[in-house]
Design a protein around this ligand. Structure first.
Ligand code: ADE
Length: 222
């Protein structure tokens, strides 16, 4: 797939792009590109924002600037999904990550300043997404969260394909959180690994893991 990030701060993503699973996904034929709306703004002096109609604090990113950035990147052929990151969006979850990973292309638009002109949400975006009920100073960390959750689902991103199959919120676990993991030592400071995991009985291990995963889903255990 092709994942495009529209951001005024593409340098924020340099570290992200260098991470192993991201490089793996790109080596497997996927693309991750960055577009800076300041470089394609139709306004002079690199202007991208303006004061809000009706008054109030802060600056608002302009719809014509975002549209120009999309036009410069795609012409009239927009990607399947155009996601605006905003605290007022619908909550990002594993199901949306899966949908985006299945798209041929997706754009992530990072908002800045007080917000983005509402017409971006109404006319340009297919989705408005929040990563949680708190306000970040911009959409960049949110876009990174979304990009990470999406890219790790692509074939080749993870070293072991099983990692993405039976993980939290996956179909294999009926959407429940993942079961607990343990590794050596089997006993540490009197803290023991559950016997069943040392038993070598794969069927018992499978049933135990499913049960723990369900407990976590229902909150019936800490
Ligand atoms: N931009 C600012 N806060 C955000 C949030 N919580 N989710 C997505 N984008 C944001």
């Amino acid at each position: 797939m092709r994942l495009d990030v529209f951001t005024l701060f593409p340098e924020w993503f340099e570290w992200f792009r260098a991470q192993r699973h991201v490089r793996n996904a790109l080596d497997a034929g996927n693309e991750l590109r960055f577009f800076n709306p300041r470089e394609t703004t139709p306004l002079s002096a690199g202007q991208v924002d303006d004061t809000p109609y009706g008054g109030g604090a802060g600056m608002v990113m302009r719809v014509d600037v975002i549209d120009a950035a999309l036009r410069a990147a795609y012409g009239e052929e927009r990607p399947e999904r155009i996601v605006l990151l905003a605290p007022s969006g619908s909550q990002f979850d594993e199901a949306l990550a899966q949908e985006l990973a299945g798209a041929s292309g997706a754009a992530l638009i990072c908002g800045r300043y007080e917000g983005v002109d509402e017409r971006v949400r109404e006319h340009l975006a297919t989705d408005t997404v929040s990563i949680g009920p708190y306000v970040l100073s911009g959409g960049e960390p949110a876009a990174m969260v979304v990009a990470d959750a999406v890219l790790r689902k692509l074939p080749g991103a993870l070293g072991d394909e099983r990692s993405a199959v039976e993980e939290s919120f996956s179909d294999a676990l009926s959407g429940a959180p993942e079961y607990p993991h343990y590794t050596r030592p089997a006993s540490y400071s009197g803290w023991e690994v559950p016997d069943v995991l040392l038993s070598g009985d794969h069927e018992r291990v499978r049933r135990w893991r499913l049960a723990r995963s369900r407990e976590r889903a229902t909150g019936s255990r800490r």
